[in-house]
Design a protein around this ligand. Sequence first.
Ligand code: VGL
Ligand code: ZN
Length: 208
Amino acid sequence: MKALLLVDIQKGFCPGGNLPVPHGDEVVPVANRLIDSGYYDLIVASQDWHPPGHGSFASSHPGKQPFEMGELAGKPQMLWPDHCVKATDDAQLHPGLNTAEIDLIQQKGENPLVDSYSAFRDNDQTAVTGLADYLAQQGVTALDVCGLATDYCVQYSAIDAVEMMPGVKVRFIEDASRGISAEGVANAILEMRRRGIDIVTSRSILNS
Ligand code: VGL
Ligand code: ZN
């Protein structure tokens, strides 16, 4: 049972959004080719979905600017521009994404006191979203992960998939993903490799 996890392919992370990932919109046609290929038995999308005033927003920390480090519930936290506030336009999935084939949309990031980069659980690893149970119930044995942003939500989701779903083969689809910084992407790829995650391209999947 092969599943595809599309991480945070939202307006807010694409050019024109509130936390744009450089060239983030370029993942959309690649994701659509994967979706339309028929290769996957199950397709899941995650959606960053924050309440207004979320604790990861620099605007919630007087004197702080976006992309500065701050603290959230006593732990170091990268402070972001306000982004993906639930039910706003910024939080919508990219309008070019073929959502007709998506079986489940997993929202995350609703607790104002903890960030949730991963589609599987909060950053403090306390609260789970339920996605791991859902994928296990569906009988998933292989999970390909892609989307935005490679150095944050994609990396965290792929690593949590390995940790929380033992026995599931996890791969990262490099050309169906974009990151916030080149250094962050390079580190993310090293870390994913170290965790046993294969780095693959959409072409290798579509030709298989
Ligand atoms: C993300 C920063 C904050 C992501 C979400 O989707 O990678 N990054 N919230
Ligand atoms: Zn966020």
